[in-house]
Design a protein around this ligand. Structure first.
Ligand code: PRP
Length: 172
């Protein structure tokens, strides 16, 4: 296992995720939400976020693939679709990171065509310095500098998703 520099400790992440959950619960008061996790990176953030959301919700997952190694290719493919239609539902997309924004742009456009009652995005990490397109994200955990980060669901070539904190990856 290479050595990692901590960018965001697990305590810091947990505190922020709780805040986001509370904010989302207030915003959606009286409504039911379909939480859509974008695989695979969002699975840990989603698991923690929904446990901070005090409201009726269901969960579905979308598989997308956009990366090879550390570089964004800009090519987005749906590798696994939702199990249920979201027409007329309040949809909250949960992402781990917005980098170039290309994945999210594709997803938002795709989901809009399915006619949800509303569509918002929660993302743990936003890297605005890398943005090629800007997609409105209502709930942002942390805005970070242009570092390659792993842990808490984020990977390098499939590895290190299980680190309990967010770390800067600087090679093996
Ligand atoms: C990551 C992340 C986003 C996307 C962001 O997914 O989860 O979906 O890249 O990058 P972008 O803003 O430049 O489009 P990745 O393709 O690495 O798949 P993973 O979630 O399975 O790790």
């Amino acid at each position: 296992m290479p050595k990692f520099d901590t960018m965001l400790s697990s305590e810091k992440v947990a505190a922020r995720v709780k805040e986001l959950g509370a904010q989302i619960s207030r915003d959606y008061k009286g409504k039911k939400v379909v939480v859509i996790g974008v695989l695979k990176g969002s699975f840990i953030f989603l698991a923690d976020l929904v446990r901070s959301m005090d409201m009726p919700l269901t969960i579905d997952f979308l598989g997308v693939s956009s990366y090879a190694g550390t570089q964004s290719t800009g090519v987005v493919a749906i590798t696994q679709d939702l199990t249920k239609p979201v027409e007329g539902k309040h949809v909250l997309v949960v992402e781990d990171i917005v980098d170039t924004g290309l994945t999210l742009q594709y997803l938002v456009e795709n989901l809009k065509t399915r006619n949800p009652a509303s569509l918002e995005v929660a993302c743990l990490l936003d890297k605005p310095s890398r943005a090629k397109v800007r997609v409105p994200v209502k709930y942002v955990g942390f805005t970070i500098d242009d570092e390659f980060v792993v842990g808490y669901g984020l990977d390098y070539d499939g590895l290190y998703r299980n680190l309990p904190y967010i770390a800067i990856y600087r090679g093996e």
